[in-house]
Design a protein around this ligand. Structure first.
Ligand code: ATP
Ligand code: MG
Length: 424
């Protein structure tokens, strides 16, 4: 049979790498818990309509990138391409909207049918958060601060933060008209996607990656000149709060979100070390989404971080500490092997990490492997030790070795723990 392979755009995370993921996730969880954000887990597939309404038909994600299929009950199902829509659905469905401000976060796989390359996959992972129920600019600043804190906690203190304001629906109506007027004379020079967007969603032309379109965009009118008083004051407050927090930012008037329910703050965090897939984290305020999905009008702000891209950076810049191994357990002979499994399990249950050698090889060989394993100590049960319920305890750093009874070993857990802590 031909060897089976992963599907294009997906990849395995093997144990070495998974350890790094766990480390990164633990850092993020700690930051989020300290800020009183709570985890929410929503299904990986939802009704297609949720994303069509919640992300918008005119976006690339809904227009070209969704994994959509009919299930056996003829429902149109889509693998989630992002999780804000799912969180908003859950928020409405479970009446969280009547329970005050909700600070929520999530982590998990997302699915988009895109051209796969380094930092761009078809199954990828996002860590995201949503602060639902506050229109206060402090909420915008809080979520941005938490994104930077998480990046800092994994050793990435100085990524580039761009912010912008997309104002409110009324501000954008006028701006949209100004944009169409500006781009129309250049219509034939725009890339194909941007030509389509000219009527459907002209704001999205601003983040085209095409070179010629980019040149034309450079002189386009700026959204900031079309903001009303309320939008201006919200944006000014967010900037002042970021400065109070010592968070460096640049204003990027080309940073837009094309949909009506996006309001006020939009932001992106990028790294120069990621090539074309530079954006690690993107987010903003979406005061219109909850009502768009049938909930009561509720202001909200959030972001999502691409974890594959984050891991590329972590791999380049950060040394992730290995979890120390306490004991390597060596045994030979039937009785010894039975005792060693028991002893391993008893030690694990009191909180030690224990690797049990299952090879049945000569004791010397097993001990050599224990040395390589990085364990602090080897526990050796040979035939003789087994008969007397004894065990050899060999400290790898000093080679100091002594024989004690197995019950004695288990009786002095505190002493063992102290000895181990002195080694590290
Ligand atoms: P891009 O412009 O790179 O396609 P996007 O605007 O589609 O990004 P968002 O929908 O804002 O991205 O998602 C937030 C983050 O999720 C991105 O900044 C990125 O880090 C990550 N991300 C998005 N799509 C992918 C993908 N296909 N593979 C890996 N990470 C992704
Ligand atoms: Mg994309």
């Amino acid at each position: 049979m031909e060897q089976m392979q992963t599907i294009p755009g997906t990849r395995d995370i093997l144990p070495d790498e998974a350890a790094r993921w766990q480390w990164m996730e633990a850092k993020a969880r700690e930051v989020l818990a300290n800020a009183c954000y709570q985890e929410i887990r929503t299904p990986m597939f939802e009704a297609t309509e949720l994303f069509a309404r919640g992300i918008g038909e005119a976006t690339d994600v809904v227009g070209k990138e969704m994994y959509t299929f009919s299930d056996r009950g003829d429902r149109s199902i889509t693998l989630r391409p992002e999780n804000t829509a799912g969180v908003a659905r859950a928020y409405i469905q479970h009446n969280l909207q009547y329970q005050g401000l909700q600070r929520l976060w999530y982590i998990g796989p997302m699915f988009r049918y895109e051209r796969s390359q380094e930092g761009r996959q078809r199954q990828f992972h996002q860590l995201g958060l949503e602060c639902v129920g506050s229109a206060d600019p402090r909420a915008d600043a809080e979520v941005i601060a938490l994104a930077t804190q998480i990046l800092k906690s994994v050793g990435l203190p100085s990524l580039k933060l761009d912010i912008n304001s997309v104002g409110q629906r009324e501000d954008r109506l006028q701006y949209r008209e100004a944009l169409v007027n500006y781009f129309t004379p250049y219509k034939d020079e725009l890339d194909k996607d941007s030509q389509d967007r000219l009527t459907r969603n002209p704001l999205r032309i601003l983040d085209s990656k095409d070179k010629r379109t980019g040149e034309i965009v450079r002189d386009a009118p700026s959204l900031l000149d079309y903001l009303g008083e309320e939008s201006k004051s919200h944006f000014a407050r967010v900037q002042a709060l970021l400065s109070d927090l010592g968070i460096a930012y640049q204003i990027n008037p080309r940073l837009v979100r094309g949909l009506d329910y996006y309001t006020h703050t939009a932001f992106e965090i990028q790294s120069d070390d990621l090539g074309a897939q530079a954006t690690v984290c993107g987010g903003g305020r979406y005061d219109g989404l909850i009502s768009e999905l049938g909930g009561k009008p509720t202001p909200a702000v959030g972001w999502a971080m691409g974890l594959e891209r984050l891991m590329i950076l972590v791999e380049k810049l950060t040394v992730v500490p290995d979890k120390p191994l306490d004991f390597y357990l060596v045994s030979r002979g039937e009785l010894a092997e039975r005792q060693s499994l028991q002893l391993a399990q008893q030690l694990r249950e009191t909180g030690f990490s224990v690797q049990l050698d299952l090879s049945g090889a000569a004791i010397k060989k097993q001990v050599a492997r224990g040395d390589k394993s990085g364990a602090s100590a080897c526990l050796i049960i040979g035939e003789q030790e087994a008969e007397g319920q004894q065990v050899q305890l060999k400290w790898m750093a000093t080679k100091e070795q002594n024989e004690i009874s197995q019950s004695e070993l288990l009786a002095d857990i505190a002493g063992l723990r102290q000895k181990l802590s002195q080694i590290v």
